[in-house]
Design a binder for this molecule. Sequence first.
Ligand code: NAD
Length: 416
Amino acid sequence: MEVTNSINEMALRQLDLTADRIGLDLNVRARLGRPDRALIVSVPTRMDNDSVRVFTGYRVQHNDALGPFKGGIRYHPDVNLGEVSALAMWMTWKCSLVGLPFGGAKGGITCDPTALSGKEIQGMTRRYTAEILNFIGPQTDIPAPDMGTNEQVMAWIMDTYSQHKGYAVPGIVTGKPVDIGGTLGRREATGRGIGYIVEQAANHLGMELSKCNALVQGFGNVGLVTARELGRLGVNVVGVSDRSGGIYNPKGLPIENVVRFKKQNKKLLEYPQGEKIAGKEFLELPCEILVPSATEMQITKENAGRLKCRLLVEGANGPTTLEADKILSEKGVLVIPDILANAGGVIVSYFEWVQDLQNFFWTEEEVNNKLNGMLTRTFHEVLKLSQKERVSLRLAALMIAVQRVGRAMLLRGLYA
Ligand code: NAD
């Protein structure tokens, strides 16, 4: 099937550029441009006023040459087949790049979770799980949280799946609460991984972190932990933003204070001790380190030229368009691509899955040390190739990832 929209087109263009560069086998290339399987399901949900609303849900499985499908589930009004397909393809590259035995998938429901009650989200989640039940499993496809979903949603998926099987199946999802088989360190993993990557990148650029200011766009699972981790590294976080807008204070923001405020008031924009910055202008504020951790296509040819950062670390998936990449490279901004920068989430999801399958759990220190080791090794592998081939870190990361998947496909051959 062919899926078109601007985000999926961006993912396909990245694949084309990479395939040209590595001389990818043409048959493999044609196959990788399409997902293995894409499901669209109706999700009838009883609302609190007793009416029934039918949501649309998706699960796209891109490629499983390296192992079972793995990827998050997103609840957001913009979720559509093209977006989910692109995100599934990026998961294939991410798992391959960091050497995990997983293929890529992604799922989602087109909805605004902030406008739904907990009961409604639970009902919608359970019905969605039932609709995709025959296509997921601990050996086939393992979902995880993404934008708009969290540990509680994973617990409901795990419970629904387990009720159908007749026994507890913790390995069906990752990113679930520790009490039901989650791992220590998963909630923080993506932001923590960004911290490890920032350390390596700053070292490479000769930047002293205690003299750097940072902006973090998005203040959810990824952005909030990233802001904390940057603070731990001595970076001065001068701006954070969420859907309501951004707050900026050139002297630095007291992150724990902002977290408490956000928990109580929901909207960051109302935080009293900072300048309010609406919209994408937030990204153009002065800083050394910029971490977009919200959504796709935030940095485009329109605003790339106005960014002030020296280091751009992609916490979100697909925040930078190809045109923006070119402008940033000309400006000398080092871009750490999403499939490397935010891979901490899926790496610790892998650790969770391994622990569930073995019923043997690790300490948080073990989790963090292994995470740091894998990310640091991959960062240097990507850096080395980018220097050798004189290409961006994004292209180098994609070259390693696509090459590995391509090799696996050729080894396994075509079943026909
Ligand atoms: P989340 O739902 O926990 O948080 C998203 C945050 O972004 C919220 O604070 C929201 O208000 C904000 N936001 C949304 N649109 C915005 C906009 N236009 N401008 C500014 N802020 C905006 O989601 P998350 O899990 O933190 O995921 C964020 C990004 O990171 C997504 O691209 C996701 O695919 C990616 N990611 C997440 C994980 C993970 O482990 N959760 C792992 C890898 C990548």
